[in-house]
Design a binder for this molecule. Structure first.
Ligand code: URA
Length: 212
C-alpha cells in the first residue's frame, strides 16, 4: 500500500482543531468536510481521464475529462458519511456506494451490516472514506469486498491513521493484486488498549453525530 501523509499547513491547522476536545460537533463536521476536500485533491491525483478536444471562443483546445465508468466513492457508515460531501465537492459526477461496517469493541473485528454497491465494479476506481484507520480491520474488509466485486484501483481517504492499522492492511492485502493507496491527514503514534488512536481525536462518529 502506498501511504501518502498530506503535508500542508492548512491541513495540519484544521486537523489540530479537530483533535481539540473543546471543538463542538457543528465545528467538527465543518472542519472534517473542509479537510476532506483538501485530501480529495491529493487522493485524486491518479483519477483516470480521457483526452478530449473542446472549442474555446478562440480555437480548439486539447484537454481531458474524467473517464467512464465514473469513480465510485464509498463512505463506510457511520463516520465515513461525514466525509462524503467533502469528496463530492471535487468529484461531483462520481457515483456513491455505501458500506455499513461495525467494529466489535471486544474482538475489534469488522463485520458488514449493510451494503449498497453496484454488483459489478469492473474497471472502477474506488475511493473509500473512513475517518480513522485504527486496527485496520474495517478498511481491510472493505477493500477486499470492493476488489472481489471487480474494483481495480483503490484509494482510501482517512483523517488519521495508526501504524498498527497500516501494517494490518498491508499484511491482509499483500496478495490483493490491485494498487491500493492511503491518503491521510495525519499518521499518529499508536493505538491504546481500547483500539483508539493516540493521540487521535476520540470517536469520530460520536464527534460528528453525537453519542448514540
Ligand atoms: N475509531 C474512532 O472513531 N476513533 C479511534 O480512535 C479509533 C477508531
Amino acid at each position: 500500500m502506498h501511504v501518502h501523509v498530506a503535508d500542508h499547513p492548512l491541513i495540519s491547522h484544521k486537523l489540530t482543531v479537530l483533535r481539540d476536545e473543546r471543538t463542538d460537533s457543528p465545528t467538527f463536521r465543518r472542519l472534517a468536510d473542509e479537510l476532506v476536500t483538501l485530501l480529495a485533491y491529493e487522493a485524486t491525483r491518479d483519477v483516470r481521464v480521457d483526452p478530449v478536444t473542446v472549442q474555446t471562443p478562440v480555437a480548439e483546445a486539447r484537454g481531458v475529462r474524467l473517464s467512464t465508468p465514473q469513480p465510485l466513492v464509498v463512505p463506510i457508515l457511520r463516520a465515513g458519511l461525514g466525509m462524503l460531501e467533502g469528496m463530492q465537492r471535487l468529484l461531483p459526477t462520481a457515483e456513491v456506494g455505501f458500506l455499513g461496517m461495525v467494529r466489535n469493541e471486544e474482538t475489534l473485528e469488522a463485520t458488514t451490516y449493510a451494503e449498497r454497491l453496484p454488483d459489478d465494479l469492473a474497471r472502477r476506481q474506488c475511493y473509500v472514506l473512513d475517518p480513522m484507520l485504527a486496527t485496520g480491520g474495517t478498511l481491510s474488509a472493505a477493500i477486499e469486498f470492493l476488489v472481489q466485486r471487480g474494483a481495480d484501483h483503490i484509494t482510501a481517504v482517512t483523517l488519521l491513521a495508526a501504524p498498527e492499522g497500516i501494517a494490518r492492511v498491508e499484511a491482509d492485502l499483500a496478495d490483493i493484486g490491485v494498487p491500493v493507496t492511503l491518503v491521510t491527514a495525519g499518521l499518529d503514534e499508536r493505538l491504546n488498549d481500547k483500539g483508539y488512536i493516540v493521540p487521535g481525536l476520540g470517536d469520530a462518529g460520536d464527534r460528528l453525530y453525537g453519542v448514540v
